[in-house]
Design a protein around this ligand. Sequence first.
Ligand SMILES: Cc1ncc(COP(=O)(O)O)c(C=O)c1O
Length: 383
Amino acid sequence: MRFAERMAALPPYVFDAIGRELARRRAAGEDIIDLGISDPDIPPAPRLVERLTAEAHREASHRYPPYQGTYALREAVAAWYRRRFQVSVDPDRDVLITQGSKEALVHLALAVVNPGDVVLVPDPGYPAYAMAAWLSGATPVSVPLAAERGFLADLEAVPRDVARRVRLVYLNYPNNPTGRVAPPEAWQAWVDWCRAYDVLLVADLAYVDIVYAGRATSALGARGGRTVTVESLTWSKSYSMQGWRVGALVGQPDVLSAIRRVESNINAGVFLPIQAAATEALAGDPGEAVVSRYRDRRDFAVGRLRSLGFRVGAPEAAVYCWVEAPGGDGDRFAAAALDAGVAVTPGSAFGPLSRPYFRISLTHGLKELDRGLARLGRVAVPV
Ligand SMILES: Cc1ncc(COP(=O)(O)O)c(C=O)c1O
């Protein structure tokens, strides 16, 4: 079979490749504790599952949903913005409901980027950003999130000739994998830079609700932010609804119309009972109970990692520990860890500059973390 030329530039999705290797080893009888994958284990609140099932019993629920999402859900998103950020959002113009955030973040690039454009992606960064650039024929260029700068992106360091070719920049705070929360002045500086170069700023707020220290803020709330920003929300992490596939894009209305044009040519919206449950979810906060469970895991994992001699900062947010790999090479350390029966994600999964790190995910109970970290402590450091 001959494949499209674009496939030559498209590597397998990194977590798919890692998952296959794990499945292969397990099928061969290896006992592996997987601390790499980020798949929330805390179940969604019973009220959300009840709403989903009640709605599924209604005949009208099985019709095609509206492309933009239900008004009730868009209005709930707008109310959430008012409550959370004191930002006013028009449910008709400024909100688009999506099938989770991953594919929306990719469709977005198809709508705004031309072959030859540059897309800035954070390194470390969620891998779908670079893939979105590749799929749209653009060139992803890494923006380092340096530990010395507290993992905040330095757009001013992008050379001018590159900056002039940038069409889109993805930023994600609270950040996966570093756990950093961006202060409002950081969003302001990024918005100012995007306005100066006429660049679309995509602010991925996937972990907006899982914050242990400080408070997540919004790029739409920055001065001038509304003219250049689209923000991405998901119910996957806040409400553990990751298998349900529901998210929202919020912000610049012309960009949202263009993305809607792409999306409505590709998919047919989000199942109505899921939208009803997502609306219900926003009516209450995700629950301090969820955050406090992740906080307990964070405290446990950071303490344990440090006692084992690993260098790791305490994340302010999100569900990860971003750890310096002993020996300085996360790929080799992750391979050695796998041989010792524990999977971690090598830093290079998040960009070439991140190879000296590895990531563990806190979406595992304390017992599993305990067993996995004990194995991690026994990994022979590759030389
Ligand atoms: C930063 C970030 N953005 C987006 C997503 C995608 O989430 P979903 O597609 O489930 O909404 C993830 C998932 O891990 C993520 O870490």
